[in-house]
Design a protein around this ligand. Structure first.
Ligand SMILES: [Zn+2]
Length: 192
C-alpha cells in the first residue's frame, strides 16, 4: 500500500485510528510517514502496524465480534428511496458483482468494480445497499449501509466498509451459522 498523495510506501496506522465498526470490518485510518497525509485504506489482515499511543478502548468490542477474512461472491445493488418512510417507493439497481472480503456479526468489508455506479453514490456515508452473499452452504441477503470507502483509482476497484442495516431472522441464522463454522473450523481469526 502506498500514500495516496506522494506514493511513499512508508505507511502506518494513524494514532487515532477510530475504534468503530469501520475498524471491525478492516478499514483503517492510515498515516504517511513521508508527507503526513492521512487517508483511509482497507487492511483486513492488519498488515500495517500502529505505534500504540493510548489504551485501546475498542478491544473488548472487537473480541466479542471476531472478523473473518473471506472471499465470497457477492451481488451488490444500490437502493434508491427510503425503505423506512412508510409510503416510500424503493427500487434496486441491477447488481454489480463483487466480493465479501471480511465478515462479522455487525458488518462487512466489500470489494467491487464500481463502474456500474457513480463515485458519489459509493462515497455516500449511510447509503443503503442490497447485498446477496454466496455463503458455502446458503445464500444470504440483507440491507447494509456504507460506513466508509477506499477507492483504488488505477483499476476502479472499491472497498466498502458496511454495517448490517436490516436482515431477516432467516438470513441472520445463516450468517450466525457461517460464523460459528468459521470459529470452529479454522484458526484464522483476525483480532486487533
Ligand atoms: Zn505521503
Amino acid at each position: 500500500m502506498r500514500c495516496r498523495r506522494c506514493d511513499s510506501p512508508q505507511i502506518q496506522r494513524d494514532y487515532d485510528d477510530a475504534t468503530t465498526l469501520i475498524t471491525l470490518v478492516g478499514m483503517r485510518k492510515l498515516l504517511c510517514n513521508t508527507c503526513g497525509y492521512v487517508f483511509h485504506g482497507f487492511d483486513p489482515f492488519n498488515i500495517l502496524n500502529r505505534t500504540p499511543a493510548k489504551p485501546d478502548s475498542g478491544f473488548s468490542k472487537r473480541r466479542l465480534n471476531p472478523r473473518y477474512h473471506t472471499h465470497l461472491p457477492t451481488a451488490i445493488s444500490l437502493i434508491n428511496g427510503t425503505p423506512s418512510n412508510g409510503n416510500g417507493k424503493v427500487t434496486y439497481t441491477d447488481p454489480s458483482k463483487g466480493h465479501c472480503e471480511t465478515i462479522s456479526k455487525l458488518g462487512m468489508g466489500l470489494s467491487l468494480v464500481g463502474s456500474r455506479f457513480s463515485a458519489e453514490e459509493l462515497s455516500e456515508v449511510g447509503r443503503l445497499l442490497f447485498v446477496r452473499i454466496d455463503l458455502p452452504a446458503a445464500t444470504m441477503e440483507g440491507v447494509v449501509s456504507i460506513l466508509d470507502h477506499e477507492r483504488l483509482s488505477e483499476n476502479k476497484k472499491w472497498f466498502l466498509a458496511v454495517k448490517i442495516h436490516q436482515i431477516s431472522d432467516a438470513d441472520k441464522a445463516k450468517l450466525t451459522s457461517y460464523l460459528d463454522e468459521r470459529s470452529k473450523a479454522q484458526p484464522l481469526i483476525h483480532r486487533d
